[in-house]
Unconditional design. Structure first.
Length: 279
C-alpha cells in the first residue's frame, strides 16, 4: 500500500477507534492486502492495552468471527491462518488457537522450534515453551490441548472475548497473555496448539541480558499470575519457592551482573507482586 493510501484511508486515532471507527466502508471493497487500518496511539500502552485497543475497535467496527494477534516481527506460512481457523471451527469450545513457532534465524537455521504449545509449573511461577530450541523432526506434530498460547500469534474466538474479556492492562507486558489464557481455560474453553500452522519469529536465538526494567515486570507479573490463578497449595508452594528464588536473583544481580539497579528492580518486582493481582 502506498503512503498516501494509508494517510487518506487507513489511519485513525485511538479516540476514533474506541468510538467504533470511521472509514471501514471506504476500504470494504479493496483487495485484502489493502484493507489496512492504523490506530495511532499517543502513548505506550504496553502489549496488553495496546492489543486491547485494536481488539475493541475490531469487535465494534468489523464484527469478525475471530481476532488474530500477530507480532510485527513475524513471517508466516501462507496457509497458517487457514490452519488456525480450521482447528477453531472444529469445536465451539475452543477459545484460543496458536501455531508452531520457529526461530526466524537460529544460527542460520529456520527449522528450530521456539514454541510448540505452552505448559505451566504454577508453584514455581514458570511458563515452559514445549519444544524450545529443538530441531523440528516431527516430534511435535499432534494437535494438543495446552496451558497457554504464546501471544506473538494467537487466534481468539469472538464469543470468548465478549464473555471473558480482554488482556489485563495492569500487566503492561509479560505474563499478560498467560493470565488471559488461564481465565479462558477456567471458563471451560480449550486452548489448542495447531502444528500445521507455522510462523517464524524474529527473536534472539540466544538469550539476551535482560534490562533491569524487564526484570521488574517479569518478577512482578509472575507473582501476580500465581497469586491470581493458582490453587492455595500452589500459592503456598510459590511463596516457599521464593525463599530460594529471591536470594538467587539478588546474588546474580550483584555478583554476576554487578548491577545494583537490577537488584533494586527485582526486589521492587517481588514487593509489588504481592500488592496487586490484576483485574
Amino acid at each position: 500500500m502506498q503512503r498516501h493510501d494509508c494517510e487518506s484511508i487507513g489511519m485513525t486515532s485511538k479516540e476514533e477507534a474506541e468510538a467504533g471507527g470511521r472509514r471501514e466502508a471506504e476500504i470494504a471493497n479493496l483487495r485484502s492486502w489493502e484493507r489496512l487500518i492504523l490506530i495511532m496511539n499517543e502513548n505506550n500502552y504496553g502489549f496488553a492495552e495496546g492489543n486491547n485497543i485494536a481488539i475493541r475497535y475490531a469487535l465494534k467496527a468489523l464484527n469478525p468471527e475471530y481476532i488474530l494477534l500477530l507480532n510485527n516481527d513475524t513471517v508466516v506460512d501462507k496457509i497458517f491462518l487457514d490452519e488456525l481457523v480450521n482447528i477453531a471451527e472444529s469445536d465451539k469450545m475452543i477459545g484460543f488457537v496458536g501455531p508452531k513457532i520457529y526461530y526466524y534465524d537460529y544460527h542460520g537455521r529456520t527449522d528450530v522450534i521456539n514454541f510448540a504449545g505452552g505448559r505451566l509449573v504454577m508453584w514455581r511461577g514458570k511458563s515452559i515453551h514445549v519444544g524450545l530450541k529443538e530441531v523440528d523432526l516431527g516430534q511435535h506434530s499432534d494437535v494438543s490441548n495446552v496451558d497457554y498460547v504464546e501471544g506473538s500469534c494467537l487466534l481468539a474466538r469472538r464469543e470468548v472475548l465478549k464473555s471473558e474479556g480482554l488482556l489485563d492492562p495492569a500487566y503492561f507486558l509479560y505474563w499478560e497473555e498467560t493470565d488471559w489464557c488461564s481465565r479462558v481455560r477456567k471458563a471451560g474453553f480449550k486452548l489448542i496448539y495447531a502444528p500445521k500452522a507455522k510462523i517464524w519469529h524474529k527473536i534472539a536465538a540466544s538469550s539476551k541480558i535482560r534490562k533491569p526494567t524487564t526484570e521488574y515486570y517479569i518478577t512482578r507479573n509472575r507473582t501476580w499470575f500465581v497469586l491470581r490463578n493458582g490453587s492455595w497449595l500452589q500459592k503456598i508452594g510459590y511463596v516457599l519457592f521464593l525463599g530460594f528464588l529471591i536470594p538467587y536473583k539478588v546474588c546474580a544481580a550483584l555478583l554476576y551482573y554487578k548491577d545494583a539497579q537490577r537488584c533494586r528492580k527485582i526486589l521492587n518486582g517481588f514487593k509489588d507482586g504481592f500488592r496487586y493481582q490484576g483485574q
